[in-house]
Design a protein. Structure first.
Length: 491
């Protein structure tokens, strides 16, 4: 008979010395088993883990009973539609580590044969795509500048296309862009990979670790979760993702820095050190000033309603609301509260930067759309050029066609988009925007996850590599979200 301890199956033989019966474990045996599994970590065991131990108890002690669902009215069920879903407080990190008393989620992370094969294909794409990108771009530049026959053939081919565009010059510009982009992305991936390798198992002298995580695994997470997916479908065609109609509004929220600037101004206003308070504290402080000054004659219910409208504002929106209040004009009152109203004297700079950001974003969208379309157009024309070029091998246009298909599929990286959506849902909060502090929390979580996977003795090297290369949105959801089937069935 085997039972999961800390997520791993163990034999009851090993508990013989502690008085646990192999054939008929009693309630006391089960209690000792749970105490041993969760010793020193009972404060880390979640409600879902406790329910799982109860299920194991019924299996081991043969005390099975059918649970009868209590009748529930439609009105009550409406208020409990999501009562069966909970977020794991540690994000499933402790479900990977042994000896924590939590149910193992390693099985959910392990990849099957298909996913392992896709991991190998993904690694090949990460190496082959930038290599082909550099080879084709450098080959075009070399042959254009140093081979007269090729340049003449390209000119005749461009003239045969009945469009009044400088196609020949566009070939060269796009090739230069691809060389620059591919070189930068490859060097960035090598930098993160080397930093992860050079850190070793211990952080170097002078470095710091946070949340018990070695900074080495921050580079590991950056390499496997950011650099590798980027290299798999790297091309200038990805500029079209920034001009996609369904993503423009989401990109606009990520593009602006008005909240960061507003936060810095508010920290000076409340006389606090930089990065010493979070957005909620700043919003609460401003809400308190407004409610206690502008609404001091109102009854408590009205004050609470006004506070309800203010405490959830972002730093920028809270600052804008504060500037429209009466207390903003009462500098004497602000000084008496220990504040520094002079920190907000140059508020016009924030308005100017916000307006410039909007203009720059609109221009950037049009630029990305233009160059993305031009890049796609030149690639199609170049494919026709290769098909009619008698000086290239027959397999060259075939390889270029496969290369173009791979890049076309990666115009919008589905894997990155889905994982970004889950990360924003979990870490972004109700505003669906990942702030600076939330981004740091997310980075530390992914680094901790990489560390637990990479240092796990229950996984082989092949399984670890498959998880690293194929970690997707489903894996994050399985780790972080916990579900109670009985609650769902009752609802």
């Amino acid at each position: 008979m085997k039972l999961s301890e800390g997520g791993e199956l163990i034999s009851l033989d090993g508990l013989a010395g502690s008085g646990v019966s192999r054939r008929h474990p009693s309630r006391g045996d089960y209690a000792r088993l749970v105490e041993r599994a969760t010793e020193g970590t009972k404060d880390l065991v979640t409600r879902s883990d406790s329910l799982r131990w109860s299920r194991l108890k019924r299996v081991v002690t043969s005390e099975w009973t059918w649970a009868e669902s209590q009748p529930m009215s439609p009105e009550d069920a409406m208020y409990q539609l999501l009562s069966h879903v909970k977020l794991d407080p540690d994000g499933g990190i402790l479900n990977i580590e042994k000896g924590t008393g939590q149910a193992s989620k390693l099985r959910a992370l392990k990849k099957d044969g298909l996913e392992s094969t896709l991991a190998v294909i993904g690694a090949a794409r990460a190496v082959g795509n930038p290599t082909l990108m550099l080879c084709f771009a450098l080959s075009l530049l070399y042959r254009y500048f140093f081979q007269e026959t090729y340049r003449t053939h390209m000119r005749h081919q461009c003239q045969a296309i009945r469009l009044h565009v400088p196609l020949e010059q566009l070939y060269v510009i796009c090739a230069v862009m691809e060389v620059a982009v591919a070189t930068y992305c490859v060097l960035r991936a090598l930098y993160h990979g080397l930093r992860a390798y050079c850190y070793g198992n211990k952080a170097p002298v002078g470095s710091t670790t946070t949340l018990g995580c070695n900074y080495k695994y921050m580079y590991v997470a950056e390499f496997y979760l950011r650099d590798i997916p980027t290299l798999q479908s790297l091309s200038s065609l990805r500029l079209l993702a920034y001009a996609h109609p369904n993503l423009i509004s989401k990109n606009a929220r990520l593009f602006t820095s008005k909240d960061d600037i507003a936060r810095a101004m508010l920290e000076k206003f409340v006389d606090r050190e930089p990065n010493s308070c979070d957005d909620e504290q700043l919003a609460e402080r401003l809400a308190g000033l407004i409610v206690q000054h502008d609404h001091k004659v109102c009854d408590e219910e009205q004050q609470i309603q006004e506070a309800h409208n203010l405490v959830d504002l972002t730093p920028y929106n809270a600052l804008m609301r504060f500037t429209k209040s009466e207390v903003f004009e009462d500098r004497g009152h602000l000084v008496s509260q220990g504040l520094k109203p002079e920190a907000l004297d140059k508020l016009w700079r924030l308005h100017l930067i916000t307006a410039l950001e909007k203009v720059v974003f609109v221009v950037a969208v049009f630029v990305c759309a233009f160059f993305g379309v031009v890049e796609f157009f030149t690639k199609v024309c170049r494919l026709s050029l290769l098909l009619t070029d008698p000086h290239v091998y027959w397999w060259t246009p075939v390889v270029f066609f496969v290369f173009l298909v791979n890049q076309s599929m990666g115009m919008i990286s589905i894997q990155e988009l889905l994982r970004w959506r889950v990360e924003t849902f979990i870490f972004g909060g109700s505003d669906a925007v990942v702030s600076a502090e939330e981004k740091y929390t997310m980075s530390m979580y992914l680094a901790l996850l990489m560390e637990k996977v990479w240092t796990s003795k229950s996984l082989s090297l092949k399984e670890k590599m498959a998880i690293m290369l194929q970690l997707d949105d489903d894996d994050l959801q399985r780790l972080i979200v916990e579900e109670r089937e009985r609650h769902k069935g009752a609802t």
